[in-house]
Write a protein that binds this ligand. Sequence first.
Ligand SMILES: [Zn+2]
Length: 242
Amino acid sequence: MKNIENFFDDRNRAWCVHCTEALINVETNRDHVPSKCLLPRPLPDNTPVIEVCKRCNESFSEDEEYLAAVLAVVMSGSLDPDELRFPDWATILKKNARLRRELKRATIPEQPDLFGPPPRFTLHPDVDKIRRVVLKNARGHAFFEYGEPMMTEPSVCTFAPLEALDPDSRARFESASNVGEIAAWPEVGSRMMTRVITGIDLVGGWVVVAPDWYRYTVDQVGGLRVRTVIQEYLATEVVWSE
Ligand SMILES: [Zn+2]
């Protein structure tokens, strides 16, 4: 990714966007948005980072690893770390027996066909854990792109596999048609405005952090809305209504 300077109001950088603690009072960390474990290694150049309190930063890791493991399992169709398509995520699962047990408990095997392939399974993950990661990254993207600390609870925080969306929902989700309409233009001085004007890291209105790994877009339609696509598999949407 290219480095884009921000010109937004520095006063907004005084608080942790997650817990609203004044950063001057606490130890702070640089937090990658999106979560590092959702990106390939080496990390893309200029992966966005924001400053948050150390306690929040550290509190996310377990849920972030949980999401990575869930994605590896469902996208590989196996609970066996040796069969996972994603080496880094397989390592997370290999090292963590508790997580392996937790995911095993969350799966329901499908009925095998008499002579068919071995049964597949359906995974019912802990949605609260995934939601926390989705919200964490949405707050990070909103702050990085717009300089807006979205410290309240959002009105919408959802996620679903892209392939589970019906064609209309999918088209609406993917659409960046509002970007470019004057009413929906990002604020002057925001990184998103610079992207819209220059096209930096933008493909079809989406900021591509790493192709096939992670893309996101932030707009101000009906409030502030952050959408992401992880591994071209999981679609997420977070909205703070006006
Ligand atoms: Zn915090």
